[in-house]
Ligand binder design. Structure first.
Ligand SMILES: [Zn+2]
Ligand SMILES: [Zn+2]
Length: 379
């Protein structure tokens, strides 16, 4: 062992004597990264500096040890001997260095799990199929979902009633054990108890120690008007029960709207095809069309309406989520040419054609002229 006097811990980490814990941690982090043995293979000086910084950090990051050190110097925390790394003062490298040098994986991250071993319950998904009418009006549905509930026999603890969990023999209840890596001893989550510090010798018989049992629950889901396929409704706290006092997960109801035989949806608007006769297209008409809300609306077909022409019925589309107005219904006219006519009808239509100066049989010349006229009119 070196016989030179130990350096002052504050000097080692290059921080002031009133430095806060965050500052000390940041200073140590810088040193640890710079002098880490993995980064300086075979350099005894770097190793010495790393060790020195680790020891300083172990003392200054512990309020009680720091106080003793401030009052009594190195004597107060065990004198000249190396004291930083006994089992009482672990350095959580995963916490300080994260994934640098792979500590996060070597020592196992404890993120996502609390000290007591409690764990949030899983989120659940439920796909709800709705008709377009239901999506338009909104609906209240009763659904049944299988989910894990806290075991009633043991109150969710997983411990057989009348028995108690015992202190973990491996870690003595601390939840962590020392792990030797080269000349360092660092903290690792106890493999026996998983960090809880306790082991269950008599698991609950009702839930086989899991603390939760499968159950089926009935829930009422209120679907607001205007939902579309893919909309997720979050029901907070309706997911699975947590473990050992952890929060419940959430339930996500995913909406799926079935296709409609009459209406096609485009955002807030609806499209429909309306077959009309050639006579209605020629002479004009008033037609009552159905809407998604169930009310009928009368529309006016102007005389001379063309196939594919669109009539917009304002406010007869889908309501928008959150009360942001209602879309329109777009009625696409589909002019149907009659396949069969009575003798009388044929006669009258032929007359009408003749009155319009129309030649029913056209030669190439006549057709070309008519097309040119039409192009000229449109241009
Ligand atoms: Zn343990
Ligand atoms: Zn139980």
């Amino acid at each position: 062992m070196s016989t030179t006097a130990k350096r002052d811990y504050y000097e080692v980490l290059n921080v002031s004597r009133d430095a806060g814990l965050d500052e000390i941690k940041a200073a140590y982090r810088r040193m640890a990264i710079r002098f880490h043995p993995d980064k300086n293979p075979g350099d005894p000086r770097a190793e010495e500096r790393f060790k020195e910084a680790s020891e300083a950090y172990a003392v200054l990051s512990d309020p009680e040890k720091r106080q003793r050190y401030d009052r009594f110097g190195h004597e107060g925390v065990g004198g000249e001997g190396f004291t930083g790394f006994n089992s009482e003062s672990f350095i959580d490298f995963a916490d300080i260095l994260g994934d640098i040098f792979g500590f996060g994986t070597i020592f196992g991250s404890r993120r996502g799990r609390s000290q007591s071993g409690s764990q949030r319950g899983s989120d659940l998904r439920y796909t709800m199929s709705l008709t377009l009418e239901e999506a338009a009006s909104g609906v209240t549905r009763t659904i049944r979902i299988p989910r894990l509930e806290a075991c009633e026999a043991c109150g969710g603890s997983g411990v057989e009633p009348g028995t108690r969990p015992e202190t973990c023999p491996t870690c003595g209840g601390r939840g962590q054990v020392g792990y030797r890596r080269g000349f360092l001893t660092v903290a690792q989550t106890c493999p026996t108890c998983g960090g809880r510090g306790q082991v269950v010798q008599h698991p609950c018989r009702a839930c086989r120690g899991r603390g939760r049992i499968e159950d089926e629950t009935t829930l009422e889901v209120k679907v607001p008007p205007g939902v579309d396929s893919g909309v997720r409704l979050r029901m907070s706290g309706e997911g699975e029960s947590g473990v050992r006092g952890g929060r419940r997960g959430d339930l996500y109801v995913i909406v799926s709207v079935e296709p409609h035989d009459l209406f096609e949806r485009e955002g807030p608007h609806l499209h429909m095809k309306l077959p009309i006769s050639i006579f209605q297209a020629v002479l004009g008409a008033r037609i009552t069309v159905p809407t998604i809300s169930g009310d009928a609306r009368e529309i006016t077909i102007d005389p001379g309406s063309q196939p594919g022409q669109v009539i917009r019925v304002r406010g007869a589309g889908m309501p928008q989520l959150g009360g942001r107005g209602v879309g329109d219904l777009l009625v696409h006219l589909d002019v149907v040419v009659p396949r069969k006519l009575s003798k009388e009808q044929r006669k009258l239509i032929a007359q009408a054609a003749a009155l319009g100066g129309e030649q029913l049989t056209e030669d190439d010349e006549g057709l070309l002229q008519r097309l040119r006229r039409r192009l000229a009119n449109e241009g």
